[in-house]
Design a protein around this ligand. Structure first.
Ligand SMILES: NC(=O)c1ccc[n+]([C@@H]2O[C@H](COP(=O)([O-])OP(=O)(O)OC[C@H]3O[C@@H](n4cnc5c(N)ncnc54)[C@H](OP(=O)(O)O)[C@@H]3O)[C@@H](O)[C@H]2O)c1
Length: 267
């Protein structure tokens, strides 16, 4: 049995990971969620598949995460093979603004950056800290982070997207954190990978690019990189591509940031 833990498993890409992985009875899947309020489809799936375990926790709270890791540990006899850091989102309402819009607005700037660092960087470090002992005892010993093209310098340079400042900083910072863990833990056989999932049809993508005018803006920006892109890809496509990368992750590639295509093709 291969054991997997996925954060943010109620919806979108995280739910897609759980659905894909649990369809194989050789996998044991721990779906880490913050609340059952949006977990209806996950609970329905878990009722049908005995290899899904729902764990309610708070990724911002190291103590709650220790309890979650202990819950997983009881089922797996102290081990975890693969940890997928998927939970994340662009916060707060100022995320649509470019850097110069924060001129003279110190508090708004600090809030934009700090909230995203809390939500998309510190929380992921807390999750790694809580589960590292289990990963050490696992067979696969892998930690994967669902990053974003927003955290990439070249993507930003070419598309010209100046908004989502704090989110981009947090995703770029977390990519580096993953590389730091990769180099520190390499001699223990632990491997890490940061992956851009692509432009994926989820609630989050709908919130950012759902409005027809805004979608036109993003499509124009994306066409600078790939003139053939027409819209987001299905969750299933992104998840299958990312899982292929995780399964094939070698020590040589540990710590890299790649697209779901395993290279620098973003769409
Ligand atoms: N969709 C895209 O095109 C795209 C592109 C680039 C990167 N990403 C990244 O892919 C990951 C998944 O995004 P998605 O598109 O699947 O989004 P989504 O449909 O909005 O789902 C986000 C999931 O993460 C959970 N979550 C969000 N913030 C959390 C927090 N602070 N604590 C605990 N759980 C939290 C949500 O839980 P609740 O149900 O409780 O809200 C939900 O399960 C994110 O890290 C996102 O940055 C997505």
């Amino acid at each position: 049995m291969v054991s997997w833990a996925v954060t943010g498993a109620t919806r979108g890409i995280g739910f897609g990971f759980v659905d894909n992985l649990s369809s194989d009875s050789n996998n044991q899947v721990f779906a880490l969620i913050r609340s059952r309020s949006s977990a209806g489809p996950l609970e329905e799936l878990a009722a049908k598949r005995g290899n899904i375990h729902i764990v309610v926790t708070d990724i911002a709270d190291p103590k709650k995460l220790e309890e979650a890791a202990a819950e997983v540990s009881k089922v797996t006899a102290g081990a975890l093979d693969v940890l997928i850091l998927n939970a994340g989102s662009a916060v707060p309402e100022t995320s649509g603004l470019p850097p110069t819009a924060f001129h003279g607005k110190k508090e708004a700037l600090e809030n934009e950056v700090n909230e995203n660092i809390k939500n998309n960087l510190f929380s992921n470090i807390f999750v790694i800290e809580a589960f590292l002992e289990l990963i050490r005892k696992g067979t696969e010993k892998k930690i994967a982070f669902v990053s974003s093209s927003s955290g990439d310098v070249e993507f930003t340079r070419i598309t010209g997207i100046s908004a989502v400042l704090g989110y981009s900083i947090a995703k770029a910072g977390m990519n580096m954190v993953m590389t730091k863990y990769a180099v520190e833990l390499a001699n223990e056989g632990i491997r890490t990978l940061s992956m851009s999932p692509g432009w994926v049809a989820t609630d989050a993508a709908e919130a950012v690019t759902g409005d027809p005018e805004i979608r036109k803006f993003f499509l124009n920006a994306f066409h600078k990189l790939d003139p053939t892109v027409t819209g987001p890809i299905p969750v299933e496509t992104s998840v299958a591509a990312q899982l292929k990368l995780v399964k094939n992750l070698t020590a040589e590639d540990s710590g890299k940031f790649v697209t779901h295509n395993g290279n620098s093709e973003w769409f």
